[in-house]
Design a protein around this ligand. Sequence first.
Ligand SMILES: Cc1cc2nc3c(=O)[nH]c(=O)nc-3n(C[C@H](O)[C@H](O)[C@H](O)COP(=O)(O)OP(=O)(O)OC[C@H]3O[C@@H](n4cnc5c(N)ncnc54)[C@H](O)[C@@H]3O)c2cc1C
Length: 377
Amino acid sequence: MHTPVTIIGAGLGGLTLARVLHVHGIPSTVYEAESSPTARTQGGMLDIHEYNGQLALQAAGLLDAFRGLILKGREATRVLAWDGTVLLDEPDDGTGGRPEVLRGELRQLLIDSLPANTLQWGHKVSGVRALGGGRHEVTFAHGTTVVTGLLVGADGAWSRVRPLVSSATPEYVGTSFVETYLFDADTRHPSTAKAVGDGALLAVAPGKGIQAHREVGGTLHTYVALTRPKEWFAGIDFTHSASAAARIAQEFDGWAPELTALITHGDTAPVLRTLNALPIGHRWDRVPGVTLLGDGAHLSPPNGEGANLAMYDGAELGRAIAAHPDDVEAALAGYEEALFARSAEAATEAARDFGLCFGDDAPHSLISLLTGNAPPA
Ligand SMILES: Cc1cc2nc3c(=O)[nH]c(=O)nc-3n(C[C@H](O)[C@H](O)[C@H](O)COP(=O)(O)OP(=O)(O)OC[C@H]3O[C@@H](n4cnc5c(N)ncnc54)[C@H](O)[C@@H]3O)c2cc1C
């Protein structure tokens, strides 16, 4: 009745769950809205932490394969003032516990680790309905349905499964990111490439910041942060790349040209990423036959933990189901109890970190955070 476990969403959380279930001999089906693994670029690097993401990969039996994906040197961190003055420069000496990988490569590793037919691409969930007795019916946009005795919402921020357990919805955190890329920067934008260095660059001030990361070779991936109402961003025409980039850059008037080049010289159209969060401490009463993981359960402002937490949730849920093969409710109850405590702590920390990055005392508060001198969350 409970298998295959029905997982909605092939993000890092859902895939880790499917893989850990597979390691324990439990079949699952993952329904994913996107039409194929390559339907959307999975841009960006993720630092995968020893205390959550790497533990999940260990449970998935993929730690060695993961190590093969690590981009060496990318743990380096530089904090620059608005005028380009270097405030902190921490090279990657190979001893850090947060190695960087490309999100797309990590996702592909998980996809390749699953038996054929586990993944059902092009299955966008349009509705879910309780049938009683812990069973649920899932309806897909193309009209088909499945009925399941164990449903997991791993479908991210705007989860279609979440309403079965909770009425909470994400709310705007007050800050948005604008994403840009510079390619071949060592040759085409040497001073900017030098400012970014081998790993991450953070140049922040109250209510704004430029965060860039060196990906493979000379690719610089930037998130420009601005604390502004959603309406302010709505007034910018992002379909017109040059004017949108110019308008965003205007907010950084007077900043060092090697920093603003990350905005004005972008090789791709600037993309607005509105940031939302669920309430800190989001939880729900046990509903038979269904649970959530990852962003669907505890979406928070980005502080480098979200993907790690989603993977950890997936591994923990997989282990809990494997430990209670005849009592799924005991598995879900135990999983959720730990999830709620862990997520509340992580969400509190994410809100604190976000404030330290872009709050009134930035960049000094950011440096305190990076050097381990920030006040507790
Ligand atoms: C700008 C930005 C930068 C970030 N940087 C980092 C970082 O450096 N490190 C880090 O750890 N975290 C980072 N995060 C957070 C991280 O991206 C998320 O926390 C993580 O991806 C959550 O994983 P997930 O599996 O829960 O959900 P997702 O990765 O969102 O996956 C959900 C999946 O469900 C699918 N789906 C959605 N709706 C449906 C539907 N109706 N039917 C079927 N499928 C559906 C989606 O297509 C997707 O494949 C960042 C977030 C943002 C916004």
